[in-house]
Design a protein around this ligand. Sequence first.
Ligand code: SF4
Ligand code: SF4
Length: 407
Amino acid sequence: MGFITKVAIKKIKNEDVKTAVFSALELINAQQLMQKNNMVVLLKPNVLMGKPAERAVNTHPEVVRAVIQWVKQFNPSKIYVSDSAGGQKPGFTEAAMKESGIQDICVEEGAICVPFEQTEREIYEVKDALELKEISSSRLIREADLIINIPKIKTHGQCTLTCCIKNMFGTVLLANKAKTHAQAAILERFCSALVDIYSVSKPQLTVIDGYYCMEGQGPSSGDVVKLDIILAGYDGVALDSTVCKIIGFDPEEILYLEKAEKKNLGTTESENIEILGETIDSVYRKFKRPKFRPISMPLPRWLADYIGKTIFRAKVKFDAKKCKLCATCWTNCPVNAITPPIDIKKGNIPKWDSKKCITCFCCVELCPHEAVKFKINYIKNAAFSWMGLGFVVFLALITMLILWLLP
Ligand code: SF4
Ligand code: SF4
């Protein structure tokens, strides 16, 4: 048995988020982190896009408020609330912070609400890089005395779960996120990139929003689940693994957790995690999974890349009834695989280029009208790939050989 890390689980009773957050933090003795005077504290919620709190896409503003109030007890010099949302266009994060209700909370509580892209940039070197040698992020990551991660429990079409580790992807600035998607198009490489990013911005404390969560087609078009819990802890890997158990997923299926553990960023081992407050069983609620289940392949990188780009290639479908031609998908596709229709008029849909698409799910995640869907036809993809062709030729040769050998 190694080092024991504490994970607190508290139920939110009668919509009293503040009490749940304060008691979860007390259970893990988080006040020990607040010993210095005039601390600069950075809060990193999950602000994916401009959706209201009840849609459960972004960290709930009342959870952000409770964490700000908890920090304020220790007289910090500054509290920043920052993120870089899913889109590439300047102003996207600002709009998302406003519509999510987080900006108003910051004004009311005296915190500084600022998108990372509006702060000074800084390049961070990644130690023992798995995928990214350096990361372009905000100087706040270096300047903050304390970083508090405030992720939300949601399923994720590409990674299965988004919570602690995945939330720090938001420290990468707008267009650089798209670049990371394009560079690490295959899930295996994308998960390596997520772990590299987490290792740079590694938060010292995490408070998980399990108030309104999302199941099924998360992170933006799934179904809302009112789970009514708050989790707090120091180890994002242990927290993510605990969340998996609460929502009926196996931590072993979350590829970035395995990688983060190997990089010594935390533990998924139950015997190294002390659960305080509620038990996992008492808050258990099985979540619907996203449609696509990622398959991890212990293959050479070139072969995994090839299989990912062929067999797992998705077809993007636009729903003409829902699409409002708002331009979000074609302005945010990292490889310009989506273009507007010739006529911007009702009933027309964007054009999608299957050859350019890298199946990054950004269009599905960011469409504000839930008008983009994915379909993967594994058999057809396999049949029309070089691998499929090779297999057919191989079968033909074997058949010919058998026929030739038969008397
Ligand atoms: S599919 Fe969605 S994101 Fe794309 S233009 Fe239509 S409404 Fe906007
Ligand atoms: S079309 Fe959608 S899934 Fe494909 S690369 Fe563009 S944003 Fe990603």
